[in-house]
Design a protein around this ligand. Structure first.
Ligand SMILES: NC(=O)c1ccc[n+]([C@@H]2O[C@H](COP(=O)([O-])OP(=O)(O)OC[C@H]3O[C@@H](n4cnc5c(N)ncnc54)[C@H](O)[C@@H]3O)[C@@H](O)[C@H]2O)c1
Length: 475
């Protein structure tokens, strides 16, 4: 984490890392490896009885089950030659893609290796249960950031010029047939300020906050920011003149505009009402607060007091029973992420994440599994992945099983997160005579105490998955 401007500058000078400017639609997903002759991965026993109706199963393709209407641009990320994407019956789905569908365990066949939500929140998915079943759940952080950032900028302009009042006034005059006659006389009532040269304080410099910082600076604003959990990824995208401060009060003091872009976290140490009486007491009397994060972050009563007492403004994307009709408040109906592009970006990102996991085993943007980035591997390597409970001894037994089968591990990664551990092992296939089978080793490893599932990522899509279900081997 980067907590001060000096630390950020030092990091920028010393690092060879450069922020990527590519958007999700440029994400490159590595394709499946080309099978080498003499490697046998599939060893189906014809006992798919637990996996539902096989009559509509297309061998050699990954089956993706979708819930909700998913953007066709996102679905187009799945190449037809390798993927069978279906919204109906998909009893043997390898992965699930959904938006708001409230997922039940019964919706998840035992064949499912991964679930991705096109969106940021995952509270419509039983994540804890999916973790127990060894299934990574992915989301799409930042996919809607541009949409929200554009509305933050719009909110800043709405809060600076009496645009909404002016539009309403024109409607009233128009209805009376007085628009032409009165407009020049009345326009003085709707004067405002420019944002160029003003100071914007941004609380939370994640996907949305950092994008807002860049664009605000391009509009000629002075930008300062506060984020105790600033990531390197976000830090690299911040404008170089941004002043990083070390508290919310330092950020808001003297700012003309304040944009809050942090998550809502309930309970002790959370962010409920974080913009309350104390923080507001540091606002300039005519400050404009932009809340495109969550309504509950702002204490409405304290904000009302502030709006009543001066020329400050509140622009929010969330319903507010106290402030909805306040003359200094502009309340929008949660429009932040409501753009076609945001839906396309979220679906594309979710589809890419699923593809990457299915085709390479790599994990990024999971809410329950550890991030695991992997090096490219030659086509002669067989990649073996293991999902197991995070208990001592499992890893040793896994490597032992490979050794006992005479298999050489070229590279190995073991990451854990909470209750779950994820192992990726690349196995050399070049030093073997005859057909190299993975049947025995997969069964041995899958049945190790604590192992939930294993996968051999090699050759044809969809093959090589095994599960240990309550001590029974399923393939
Ligand atoms: N209006 C909408 O429709 C809409 C759409 C998407 C997201 N959002 C909201 O916007 C928020 C931000 O989204 P994002 O994609 O930028 O998230 P993000 O996770 O990329 O960034 C959030 C940042 O806030 C920082 N943070 C957390 N607590 C903080 C605190 N107390 N003080 C200062 N910084 C703090 C984190 O370190 C992180 O860098 C989301 O949590 C969500 O609530 C709203």
């Amino acid at each position: 984490m980067i907590s001060s401007r000096a630390a950020l500058d030092k990091f920028m000078r010393s690092s060879t890392v450069r922020a990527t400017t590519s958007r999700f639609n440029n994400v490159v997903v590595r394709t499946k490896s080309t099978p080498v002759q003499g490697v046998q991965v599939e060893h189906g026993r014809g006992v798919w009885k637990t996996y539902g109706d096989l009559s509509n199963y297309k061998q050699g393709k990954y089956q993706i089950k979708t819930f909700n209407k998913i953007s066709p641009i996102g679905l187009a990320r799945f190449p037809e030659e390798d993927y069978d994407v279906r919204s109906g019956e998909a009893a043997n789905a390898h992965a699930i893609l959904l938006r708001s569908h409230k997922l039940q365990e019964e919706d998840v066949p035992k064949t499912v290796r991964a679930i991705a939500r096109c969106g940021a929140g995952t509270n419509n998915i039983p994540v804890a249960r999916m973790t127990e079943l060894g299934i990574p759940v992915f989301n799409t952080p930042g996919a809607n950031a541009n949409a929200v950032k554009e509305l933050v900028l719009c909110g800043m302009l709405l809060g600076s010029r009496k645009i909404v009042d002016g539009v309403n006034h024109m409607k009233e005059l128009g209805a009376q047939g007085l628009a032409r006659e009165r407009v020049e006389k009345d326009k003085a009532t709707f004067g405002g300020q420019e944002i160029m040269g003003k100071t914007l304080a941004i609380i939370g410099l994640g996907h949305i906050g950092s994008m807002t910082a860049r664009d605000a600076q391009a509009l000629g604003m002075t930008v300062k920011g506060y984020d105790p959990g600033l990531t390197v990824q976000s830090a690299l995208t911040l404008p170089k003149d941004l002043e990083l401060v070390d508290s919310i009060t330092a950020a808001v003091a003297g700012a003309d505009y304040i944009s809050i872009n942090i998550p809502y976290i309930k309970g002790e140490g959370g962010t409920h009402g974080i913009i309350g009486k104390e923080v507001i007491s540091h606002f300039s009397p005519n400050a404009v607060l932009l809340n495109f994060a969550r309504g509950e972050l702002v204490d409405s009563a304290a904000m009302k007091e502030f709006l009543d007492g001066g020329d400050g403004r509140y622009v929010s994307d969330f319903p507010d029973d106290l402030l909805w009709d306040h003359q200094n408040a502009i309340i929008l109906p949660h429009l932040g992420a409501s753009t076609e592009e945001a839906e396309d970006a979220a679906a594309s990102m979710a589809a890419d994440t699923i593809r990457t996991y299915l085709e390479t085993g790599e994990i990024k943007n999971s809410v329950n599994f550890p991030d695991t980035s992997l090096d490219e591997r030659p086509d002669t390597n067989v990649r073996f992945t293991v999902v197991n409970k995070n208990v001592p001894g499992a890893l040793a037994k896994i490597t032992e099983a490979f050794a006992s089968e005479g298999l050489n591990i070229l590279q190995q990664i073991n990451h854990s997160r909470g209750e779950i551990a994820y192992n990726v092992l690349d196995i050399d296939t070049t030093k073997h005579e005859g057909v190299l089978e993975f049947k025995n080793v997969q069964e041995k490893i899958t049945m190790v105490d604590g192992v939930i599932s294993t996968r051999v990522i090699y050759g044809q899509p969809g093959q090589g998955y095994a599960k240990n279900i309550d001590g029974e081997y399923f393939i």
